[in-house]
Ligand binder design. Structure first.
Ligand code: NDP
Ligand code: OXD
Length: 274
């Protein structure tokens, strides 16, 4: 076996292949591969594919618009047969902040900009993106949060991002802006969030709504209070479910390039963890 395409291989499994030359994550994230302490020292390649990127941007736009257009409020009104219109601020007054300005974060941010929102992003290294206010590093986080009403998280799970989404962080979001409250959309990884802090933030009002696609334990255990929380929207880690057709074509293209002596694209930086 020269190449392995894996999602969540049991720890130690990949160490059994002495001829392995590259490991392909069957997704954009790689934490499910890198968390194997016995992982062979071969390149780890992640998926960067327009199909996956578009699916994630659709998800982000859907949920940002859901909060912006107060769709859950209108759903509740419909249930009660209530015909009542609420004030609707223009998107140009609503500040959306994207944590992670990688392949997925940049595309989602560009789409949100196109929809008219005030968009900012936060990344590890300095970025310059047209029309998007950028912040970076631990020193840039507070300024980014203070101006953000709808927080979209598209960070990878690494030691530096573990449990970054805490009550303390939610309290820094801008709750008195045009969106009339702060909202969270996490489609990055469950390891980024502290579930109990999300519930606490929703209950005290520092968050007015949360869309969660990922969880520290998946599937989300039936006993989790998130399931029935009236301000939570849950999806089963399918924000950008990889379609096997483009995914397989993508990996085969990479193998052909590699066997022709060309470098692999999108190789993970093991030190950084993404
Ligand atoms: P990239 O590697 O292209 O981008 C990661 C971004 O996160 C970069 O902008 C990087 O900063 C930033 N980042 C990493 N560490 C830090 C840190 N410590 N502080 C601040 N910023 C940081 O990844 P993708 O955009 O392709 O994917 C992002 C994640 O989305 C994946 O790792 C995966 O976990 C998740 N995902 C979820 C899916 C789902 O269905 N829910 C589907 C696909 C992916 P810099 O630019 O400076 O390097
Ligand atoms: C991914 C995912 O990383 O689907 O691609 O979570």
């Amino acid at each position: 076996v020269a190449y392995a395409g894996v999602w969540q291989p049991p720890p130690g499994l990949l160490g059994n292949f002495p001829h392995l030359q590259a490991i392909f994550s069957l997704g954009a994230g790689v934490d499910h591969v890198t968390n194997d302490p016995a992982l062979p020292r071969v390149p780890i390649v992640r998926i960067v594919d327009p199909d996956l990127t578009m699916r994630m941007s659709e998800y982000v736009a859907l949920h940002v618009l859901m909060y912006h257009r107060r769709q859950r409020l209108y759903d509740a009104q419909q249930h009660e047969r209530v015909w009542r219109e609420h004030d609707q601020p223009p998107a140009s007054e609503v500040a959306v902040g994207v944590m992670g300005l990688g392949v997925l974060g940049r595309d989602a941010a560009a789409l949100l900009l196109r929809l008219g929102f005030r968009v900012a992003g936060w990344s590890r290294s300095l970025k310059a993106l047209p029309g998007i206010e950028t912040f970076h590093g631990p020193g840039g986080l507070e300024g980014f949060l203070r101006r953000t009403e709808i927080l979209v998280c598209l960070l990878p799970a690494t030691p530096a991002t573990a449990a970054i989404l805490t009550l303390d962080l939610f309290r820094k979001l801008k709750g008195d802006g045009a969106a009339s409250g702060a909202y969270l959309i996490n489609a990055g990884r469950g390891a980024l969030q502290v579930d109990a802090d999300i519930v606490a933030a929703l209950d005290e009002g520092s968050l007015c709504g949360a869309t969660l696609d990922v969880f520290p334990t998946e599937p989300l255990p039936p006993a989790s209070p998130l399931w029935r929380h009236p301000k939570v929207t849950i999806t089963p880690h399918n924000a950008a479910a990889s379609d096997p057709r483009p995914l397989v074509a993508n990996i085969l293209r990479q193998i052909q390039r590699f066997e022709a002596g060309l470098p692999l694209d999108h190789v993970v930086n093991r030190g950084a963890g993404y």
